[in-house]
Design a protein around this ligand. Sequence first.
Ligand code: GLA
Length: 553
Amino acid sequence: MRKLQDRRAAPCALLLLLTFTGMILCGSGDLQAESAAKLIPVTAPPMGWSSWNSFSNTVDSQIIMDQAKAMVSNGMAQAGYQYVNIDEGWWLGERDAEGNIVVDAKAWPALAPGERAADMANIVRYIHGLGLKAGIYTDAGAEGCFLYPDLGPVYPHVGSEGYYEQDYLQFAKWGFDYVKVDWCGGDKEKLDPAVQYAEIARAIAKAEAVTGHRLYFSLCDWGNNSPWTWAPNVGGVPADIWRTSGDIVAPIVAHHKHSGRLASFLSVLSNFDEGIHPEAQHTGFYNDPDMMVVGMPGLTDAQNRVHMSLWAISAAPLLVGADLTTLSAATLATLTNPDVLAVDQDSLGLQGVKVASYGDGLEVWSKALSTPGERALLLLNRTGDAASITVHWSDLGLDESSSATVKDLWARKDLGSFNSSYSTTVEPDDAVMVVVRGSEGKLTTYTAASGVDLRKDQEVSFTHVASRVHMARVRIAYTNPDKAPRYAELRVNGQIGTRIAFPPTGSGNALGAIWVEALLDRTGANNVLDLSPVSNPGPNIESIALESDSGKH
Ligand code: GLA
């Protein structure tokens, strides 16, 4: 790959240098002052419900209608939940002579005059009629999972291998808005997930092109093959979310065998831990630690709140697994707390990172929000004893000489203004979630002198980049005059690259900015950030900016 530009940076006192590569610019300023680049919002993680955890393969039309109605009547839809996702069990593995999926007419009847039974478009119309969106499920292999045969017969061939284009076109034609693609069959056949999912991604893109209908792509290999390293760029097409771990719980279906199963808080914590890959989660692509078990048997109200906090601080998809028709008032309040949802859905789209830990099990997690100077924090106590946890503004990249206000998101209470740090007692196995509003620390800007339009086979390198922390937030200022995102790959110090979406910035020359998190693992000014185009043309890169001092002024 030919290098188009090599941008070296030096301490920010130096404003202009000349080297053998050409002109090098370096500037510094605080975020509030840098109004030139307007923050471009990215797609938020999905919010909705999935049938698997509470209905397993008993799922049918009536169940879906009841859940969709409940989502509207209990206030969840108003709070932002919108997807009603049908998981495994909706078909029995039979195809007709043309290879079309045969749908069971009894399970999926006509729902309105003029409809024909066994047409999945019926249930989609019903869901859409309530103002919601509809999701469907398949497997990348020939078989599905049928891994819980404790709930009835096992049906072979419920995967889509060999029928990718046909099936995804069918899903889009039925009107589905979302598809989850599992990996049980692929795993059994020892297929290569990056290869299969690439083919699926292309089939989805093709179905979208034919129908003009967006099919949100959820990829589910349980994190087995490190999907965070390839999923956002699988086959040149992004997967929107990818699972990072196994199931939190096997299905708990009321009045059926195993209805006595319990969800476990420890599994919630371990799925959260396995889902942390901040370097891959940005610009609308998300790690998916599994459907939530909030409100399912086994968790206390306090544990449900911690679970919700963990998913929100990591900007995880919020897909509820509980039966929506039987939620308690406390569970509903947990699922619909607007401040907590706002953290999850924040338009910066970044995952929270652990910024401090004290001994074993006392942790501070911080998620940068789109309003400059704002951080959502989770003060997590994994121990069996109550403990005090302190958060220092300097650990958050905030100016520690400025005071900051603190709001408790579960108590929904302003706690006042604090200088340089905040401490509170956190109960055993519990967490406190707050938003801190302070002043940003300083950023150092590394400028590509005249903007670089990334063309095929060319890249821009920012060398001698320093960062305050290893997991750094990097702001990229750019323009993209198109109507659709352009894409570029960011590689740091030769690590595996991550594909970044650069949404449109408008037709003029006004700069836009997106933020990513990147592992700058070299100390001092020794990091190298390469950006190379994935789309042709790539985005027009103006500069990158990072927190490079201690937050002290
Ligand atoms: C896998 C997935 C689950 C669910 C089941 C269906 O285990 O991880 O979320 O889709 O398959 O069988």
